[in-house]
Design a protein around this ligand. Structure first.
Ligand code: F6P
Length: 322
């Protein structure tokens, strides 16, 4: 291994910069030449590859986002796009690629691997929906942002005896909603993995008020069948019958823009080092993730062909605790 490039792809996640920094510095420590690919797979296809030294990654560990830039690249979903990417890497004499990203990005890495190009993935997505890592870079920061919003909503909800809906990110996965709901003591949690009935949610809220609660918070994952907008419509339509008013907050990309927590910076630093170790061992076509607090690798083939499951014990616990 002589020349290695690092790329960030898909939705940015707080801690990506710490992973770039760690990969670059651990690679340089092995005596390798390190490179960065600008703007994800879109930059790869157009050959936007720059050399990176130790100082180029100085002062970034505390920054959210990604200094390399990211993109969602439709062209890379085609065989032609991926072949272009491999051509660009070979033209630059790059021997291997590290891809920092979530599900879509690691599907891209898997295809590069199938084309025979040496690649290692690093688990990074605020959704925590990536098989092969118990927790991904960015999850902890995003969760704490959602939790802070929930705590703030509780204050105003209590003052007005209102119900509040808080929609958090998670297209296909309710991890953020579930964990924010448990940590913030939400009265109800709606996730894509579990069917829910708005009448039942309304009943839960009515009971909460009857038991003397001054507030009721429902955390909703954006991918739940009844997201914040559908639930608001339902509650407003039945406001008189239900006996409470509802307000809705959609947190959106605020969750992605945070200053990375200590946990995310350390996790990302470990993953960056793990990726370099995997490359040094010639262990290609794998994802670097966390299992039982150990950095481990999982074949990308296994990663892309499995869906990470929501922890149903935690879901049941949330129902008991609300
Ligand atoms: O995958 C991370 C994520 O933040 C999802 O939670 C969300 O659905 C999606 O990205 C939003 O994507 P974009 O930033 O492209 O709108």
């Amino acid at each position: 291994m002589k020349k290695v490039a690092v790329l960030t792809s898909g939705g940015d996640a707080p801690g990506m910069n710490a992973a770039i920094r760690s990969s670059i510095r651990c690679g340089i420590a092995k005596g390798w030449e390190m490179y960065g690919v600008r703007n994800g797979y879109a930059g790869l296809i157009s050959g936007n590859i720059i050399p990176m030294g130790t100082r180029d990654v100085g002062g970034i560990i505390q920054k959210g986002g990604t200094i390399l830039g990211s993109a969602r690249c439709l062209e890379f979903k085609t065989e032609g796009g991926r072949l272009k990417g491999v051509r660009c890497l070979r033209q630059e004499g790059i021997d291997a690629l590290i891809v920092i990203g979530g599900n879509g990005s690691q599907t891209g890495s898997y295809y590069l691997h199938k084309l025979g190009y040496p690649v290692v993935g690093i688990a990074s997505t605020i959704d925590n929906d990536l098989y092969g890592s118990e927790i991904a870079i960015g999850v902890d920061t995003a969760l704490n942002i959602a939790l802070e919003a929930l705590d703030r909503l509780k204050v105003t909800a209590s003052s007005h005896q209102r119900a509040f809906l808080l929609e958090v990110m998670g297209r296909n996965c309710g991890y953020l909603a579930l964990m924010a709901g448990i940590a913030g003591g939400a009265e109800a949690i709606l996730v894509p993995e579990v069917e829910s009935d708005p009448e039942e949610i309304a009943e839960t809220l009515r009971e909460a008020y009857e038991h003397g609660k001054a507030h009721a918070i429902i955390v909703v994952a954006e991918g739940a069948k009844y997201n914040a907008s559908k639930l608001t419509t339902f509650f407003e339509k039945h406001e008189e019958r239900l006996g409470f008013k509802v307000r809705s907050t959609i947190l959106g990309h605020v969750q992605r823009g945070g200053v990375p927590s200590a946990f995310d910076r350390i996790l990302a630093s470990r993953f960056g080092s793990g990726a370099i170790i995997a490359l040094e061992r010639g262990e290609f076509g794998v994802l670097v993730g966390l299992s039982e607090n150990q950095v481990k690798t999982t074949p990308l083939e296994e990663v892309v062909s499995n869906k990470k499951q929501l922890n149903m014990d935690m879901f049941k616990l949330a129902r008991i605790l609300d």
